[in-house]
Design a protein around this ligand. Structure first.
Ligand SMILES: *[C@@H]1O[C@H](CO)[C@@H](O)[C@H](O)[C@H]1NC(C)=O
Ligand SMILES: *[C@@H]1O[C@H](CO)[C@@H](O)[C@H](O)[C@H]1NC(C)=O
Ligand SMILES: *[C@@H]1O[C@H](CO)[C@@H](O)[C@H](O)[C@H]1NC(C)=O
Ligand SMILES: *[C@@H]1O[C@H](CO)[C@@H](O)[C@H](O)[C@H]1NC(C)=O
Ligand SMILES: *[C@@H]1O[C@H](CO)[C@@H](O)[C@H](O)[C@H]1NC(C)=O
Length: 401
């Protein structure tokens, strides 16, 4: 009870500073410091209230016996700009670095939280039902339905809706909804990894494969690349200075998976979030900037570049190079197609500069070449029956070794 309350309070503090877009100038220094101190205390309180559930004795309040455990942890490399940091930046980076340096503690009941961001109904509920079946206790489901209240067909989705608000395409409300989903899912301390999915997303693998792939990688699969063209750095505006420099501006698909530390860091951030909220939006002095495509890639590129994979595990086909990616229809769904999607081992990024080149990078999972994709998107509802029928076949390939 107490802990839930403490959390709630903490979230309120976070909202407090994030919902004040236009009055940024009025946010005085003492307020910032107060808020940051609150955040740090909030985190310490949380860490104290929710001790790790496994036997690993090394945590925040023990000083001995954890050296060996900490040794293999990758060092946290926050990119330090050469210029002098502002007070707000210093404060923000201290909080973020400390959160990232907390040793990973995999609880025995570690779960993956599946966060569905949808306008209304989820046409693939019955496919996800097949995916989840038999893995009770290893996952949790959260639904943010921004327009219509969905009627659920699968028991895994019933009563899993969180409070929602309007989501407008390309606007900050999209990122707000993502944060709302993360906040609700973070309340359950067994949730160790968080996956953002849309109503057009389908699983490309079986549950065990997905679980092992995400849980043993220790990184977040956040898409991130540099696009020097009009639809990349061309969307940057100098108002983001000094915190966000043009050379650090990155792009990426919004469909992330995120480890717990990263989800907490996203909750704790208001400095960079506010910059994007105010200055990365459609029709901003003649530029169209979309925060959902730039905030997280830029944020993690600046603050934990080695902690992210730089590709999204959610497949989408941009090869037609139209404004929208390819949508799959019922007749497209064949075992061959599904096998093709699950055997891709290079991620592709299409840039918008003059060369309009496709940059491909091998998908290195813990140093070895592995299939890139766990989920796929832009499947039309009419594909459901074919997918359900083929699900056991296309997911029957081996586990990550
Ligand atoms: C990751 O790679 C290292 C070194 O190759 C290996 O020792 C470790 O077992 C791998 N981890 C997983 C989860 O496969
Ligand atoms: C991730 O962390 C676990 C311990 O929590 C460790 O056993 C595993 O080898 C790590 N995996 C990688 C890929 O570093
Ligand atoms: C992601 O890209 C950054 C550079 O932007 C790099 O430092 C990092 O190692 C990459 N992540 C992985 C897992 O390769
Ligand atoms: C699968 O991939 C092969 C080889 O790239 C290609 O020839 C074939 O047309 C693809 N099939 C489907 C259904 O996508
Ligand atoms: C799917 O797998 C089942 C059982 O292995 C098999 O009977 C069926 O023919 C397969 N379907 C396709 C389309 O390959």
């Amino acid at each position: 009870m107490k802990s839930a309350k403490a959390w709630h309070l903490g979230m309120k503090e976070v909202r407090l500073i994030t919902v004040a877009p236009r009055q940024r100038g009025q946010l005085k220094k003492p307020t910032w410091i107060l808020v940051l101190v609150t955040l740090v205390s909030f985190f310490l309180v949380c860490a104290y209230i929710y001790p790790p559930q496994n036997s690993a004795p090394c945590y925040l309040f023990t000083s001995n016996g954890c050296k060996a455990f900490q040794k293999w942890l990758p060092p946290v490399l926050i990119r330090e700009p050469s210029r002098e940091l502002t007070d707000d930046e210093i404060a923000s980076r201290v909080v973020i670095r400390d959160i990232l340096n907390i040793p990973l503690t995999i609880s025995v009941n570690a779960k993956i939280a599946f966060l569905f961001l949808t306008p209304g109904a989820l046409p693939f509920e019955m496919l996800w039902d097949k995916f989840f079946q038999g893995h009770e206790g290893m996952f949790s489901v959260y639904v943010h339905a921004s327009k219509d209240k969905p009627v659920h067909l699968s028991r895994y989705f019933i009563n899993r809706e969180i409070h929602s608000d309007t989501v407008e395409w390309g606007k900050i409300s999209m990122v707000e909804a993502e944060r709302r989903l993360l906040a609700n899912a973070l309340k359950d301390t067994d949730n160790q990894h968080f996956v953002l999915l849309s109503d057009s997303c389908i699983p490309l693998r079986d549950f065990n494969y997905v679980y092992n792939y995400l849980m043993s990688a220790n990184i977040s699969f956040i898409d991130c690349f540099e696009d020097l063209g009009v639809h990349g750095s061309g969307r940057y505006i100098e108002y983001m200075l000094p915190e966000v420099e043009k050379k650090d501006f990155r792009k990426g698909s919004q469909w992330f998976t995120m480890k717990r530390q990263h989800a907490i860091v996203v909750m704790a951030d208001s400095l960079y979030y506010t910059k994007f909220r105010n200055y990365c939006k459609p029709d901003m002095e003649g530029r169209n900037c979309y925060s959902d495509e730039h905030y997280l890639p830029t944020f993690f590129y600046m603050l934990d570049p080695t902690g992210i994979a730089n590709w999204s595990v959610t497949y989408v086909d941009w090869s037609e190079r139209k404004w929208h990616p390819r949508s799959y229809q019922a007749q497209d769904i064949t075992l061959q197609l599904m096998r093709n999607l699950t055997s891709i081992v290079e991620s592709a990024h299409i840039t918008s500069d003059e060369t309009s080149e496709t940059k491909t990078t091998p998908c290195l999972w813990n140093g070895t070449l592995q299939p890139c994709y766990l989920f796929g998107r832009k499947f039309l509802p009419e594909t459901l029956d074919n997918l359900i029928q083929l699900f056991p076949n296309y997911t029957s390939r081996g586990l990550v070794s």
